[in-house]
Design a protein around this ligand. Structure first.
Ligand code: XIL
Length: 368
C-alpha cells in the first residue's frame, strides 16, 4: 500500500514537471514565438531589403531602450531636435549641442542619421520666413539650410529637405498645376512656389554628400500622390537636386494597403528617384480600446496591416532604401492613445512586432 502511494506521488511529480507548474498544462507557444524574442533582430531580417529606422530622443541612449534600438534598427531620425525652431531659435544663433550628441551616439553605434527637417510650416519658430519680403526670406532659407546642413555634411545620410508642402485636400483637376496645390506656408507666402527648388539647391550646396528628400503624409491618397509625382518629376527634370520621396506612413486601422502599393508604383516610375518610408505608425483608432473584444480585434487588424505593408515594401525593395517607424514604444508615441507601434511600455514585443518579423507566414496563418 505504502509503495503504491509513493509510486503515485512520483508519477504525479513527473506529470507536474512535464506539464508545467501547478499541474496546469503548459500554454502551447504560438508559432511566431518558436524562435525566442532574444534571437530576433528586425534589422537582420530585412538586411537584404532595406534599412530599418526609428526616432531618436535622448531616451534611446540608455538602458533597455538603447539595447532595443541597437538590436532592431539601422537608422535614427531625430523626433524634434533638428526642426528649425530647435536648430535656430533666434536669427543667427544656432543650437548644435543636442544634434552633436545624437551624431556622436550614432557614430559610436554604427547608425545612420536622417536629418529632419529644413523647410516646414510647423515647429519653425516665429520669425523664420515670416513677415519678410522675398529676397530676405530667400536669404533666411539659405542661411538656415547652410547653418544646419553644412555643419553636418558627411554625418547625415539623407535630409527631409522640404516637409509637408502640399495642401490638405488639394487636387490637380481643372488644369491645376502642382504649384496651385501647395500649402499656404510662410515660405510659399514670402518666396512663392520656387521656395521648394531653392531649398533643394541650398541643401545640395550645403550637404553634397546627403541624399535629399521631399517628405509628406497621406501620399497613398491618389490625388496627393499625383501632386507629389508631378512636383518631383518636374523638379528633377529641371535639374533640381532631389533624390527621393519620403512617404511618412501615419496610418490607421482603416488603411487599404493596396493604396500604398499604387503610390509606390507611381513614384517608382520617376527616373532615378528612391523612396523611403519615413514615419510609419498604425493607430488603433475608432475608440473602444477598453473593451477586451475591441482591443483584440484592433490588435489583430494592426498586425495584419503591418504584415501586408511589409510584404508590399519587400516587393518594392529595389526602390525602397529605408523603412522608419515613428518610434518603437507605444507610450512614447506622438499618437500614444492609439497604441500604434511594435512594443508596449514594458518594451514587450506586441503581436504587430511578430507580424513585421514574419509577414508572409503571418498573413497565411493568422489572417483568414
Ligand atoms: C511630431 C513629433 O513626434 C511630436 O513629438 C511633436 O510634438 C510634433 O511633431 N510629421 C512629421 C514629424 O514630419 O516631424 C511629426 O513629429 C509628425 C508628423
Amino acid at each position: 500500500m505504502k509503495k503504491s502511494v509513493a509510486l503515485l506521488t512520483i508519477i504525479l511529480i513527473i506529470i507536474t514537471a512535464v506539464c508545467g507548474c501547478a499541474g496546469e498544462p503548459a500554454e502551447p507557444k504560438e508559432w511566431y514565438e518558436e524562435v525566442s524574442y532574444e534571437d530576433i533582430s528586425l534589422k537582420e531580417i530585412y538586411s537584404d531589403y532595406f534599412m530599418l529606422g526609428t526616432i531618436y530622443t535622448k531616451n534611446i541612449t540608455v538602458g533597455a531602450d538603447r539595447e532595443l534600438v541597437l538590436k532592431h534598427f539601422d537608422t535614427i531620425t531625430p523626433e524634434n531636435l533638428m526642426k528649425p525652431e530647435n536648430m535656430q531659435p533666434t536669427e543667427g544663433s544656432f543650437n548644435y549641442g543636442e544634434a552633436d550628441e545624437m551624431i556622436a551616439f550614432a557614430n559610436e553605434n554604427g547608425l545612420n542619421v536622417i536629418g529632419h527637417t529644413l523647410a516646414w510650416h510647423q515647429q519653425s519658430g516665429d520669425w523664420l520666413g515670416q513677415n519678410v519680403g522675398r529676397e530676405e526670406a530667400i536669404e533666411q532659407l539659405r542661411a538656415h539650410i547652410y547653418g544646419v546642413a553644412a555643419k553636418y555634411d558627411g554625418e547625415i545620410y539623407s535630409w527631409d529637405v522640404v516637409n509637408e508642402a502640399i495642401a490638405d485636400g488639394a487636387s490637380m483637376g481643372n488644369n491645376k498645376t502642382w504649384q496651385d496645390c501647395l500649402r499656404e506656408t510662410q515660405w510659399l507666402t514670402s518666396i512663392g512656389p520656387d521656395y521648394i527648388a531653392l531649398a533643394f539647391q541650398f541643401a545640395h550646396e550645403a550637404a553634397p554628400n546627403a541624399k535629399l528628400y521631399y517628405n509628406d503624409y497621406n501620399l497613398n491618397e491618389t490625388s496627393k500622390a499625383k501632386i507629389a509625382h508631378a512636383m518631383v518629376s518636374e523638379l528633377r527634370a529641371a535639374g533640381v537636386p532631389i533624390d527621393g520621396i519620403g512617404m511618412q506612413g501615419h496610418y490607421d486601422i482603416k488603411l487599404k494597403t493596396a493604396t500604398v502599393e499604387k503610390s509606390l508604383e507611381l513614384f517608382s516610375s520617376i527616373e532615378g528617384i528612391e523612396i523611403a518610408v519615413t514615419e510609419l505608425d498604425i493607430g488603433m483608432t475608432g475608440g473602444g480600446l477598453d473593451s477586451e473584444a475591441v482591443f483584440k480585434f484592433m490588435q489583430s487588424e494592426q498586425a495584419r496591416l503591418y504584415a501586408e505593408l511589409f510584404q508590399i515594401y519587400k516587393a518594392h525593395s529595389d526602390k525602397i532604401v529605408r523603412v522608419t517607424f515613428w518610434g518603437y514604444r507605444d507610450d512614447a508615441s506622438w499618437r500614444k492613445e492609439y497604441l500604434p507601434l511594435l512594443f508596449t511600455s514594458e518594451l514587450e514585443p506586441k503581436t504587430s512586432f511578430y507580424a513585421v518579423a514574419y509577414p508572409e507566414r503571418w498573413l497565411e496563418e493568422e489572417v483568414n
